[in-house]
Design a protein around this ligand. Structure first.
Ligand SMILES: [Zn+2]
Length: 167
């Protein structure tokens, strides 16, 4: 079974690599990866009481695949962001690759995402608020970009005040 320890941590060079698109014929291999991402996200939430999504490269699988847990689970394959608003918002961002660090970044207030779901159906979501920020963060992972690289300035870092509940 997939384990939280599989998540690559800040400093691991693989996190800066570009991930490759998923092809239709790879879907049988992708199904177990989706299960692993879900298991790991559940374990992360149990330990840190936060975490809404995980991208495949965060566990060293360099494929353009994101698992998102909203009211129900969603799989975003080969997501593309577009129609990004000019209006930007400042947010304190965090990441499963550095669970106790927060980084102040600018994100587009609104955007759209086009992707294939786990049934290879094309989908489009209009995004704003938390979900827009989240998917900008996650698609960055697919391009090998971490929130630390988007820090507004060299003071845009803070340590979380709370310790994880299980430690
Ligand atoms: Zn992240």
């Amino acid at each position: 079974m997939a384990k939280l320890e599989q998540v690559l941590l800040l400093g691991n060079p693989r996190l800066y690599e570009l991930s490759r698109p998923v092809t239709d014929d790879e879907m049988p291999d992708i199904k177990p990866v989706i299960k692993d991402l879900q298991d790991i996200l559940i374990e992360f939430r149990g330990r840190y009481n936060t975490g809404r999504a995980i991208a495949a490269p965060q566990i060293g699988i360099m494929k353009r695949l994101i698992f998102v847990q909203l009211d129900e689970p969603h799989v975003l394959i080969n997501p593309i962001l577009y129609d990004k608003s000019d209006r930007m918002v400042e947010v304190w961002d965090d990441c499963m690759c550095f669970p106790l660090l927060e980084v102040k970044v600018l994100r587009h207030a609104e955007c759209r995402v086009r992707f294939r779901d786990r049934y290879w159906e094309e989908r489009v979501w209009d995004l704003n608020g938390d979900l827009a920020e989240l998917l900008q963060h996650e698609t960055d992972h697919l391009d090998g970009i971490l929130a630390t690289q988007r820090a507004i300035d060299d003071r845009s870092f803070r340590w979380k005040k709370t310790v994880p509940p299980n430690q």
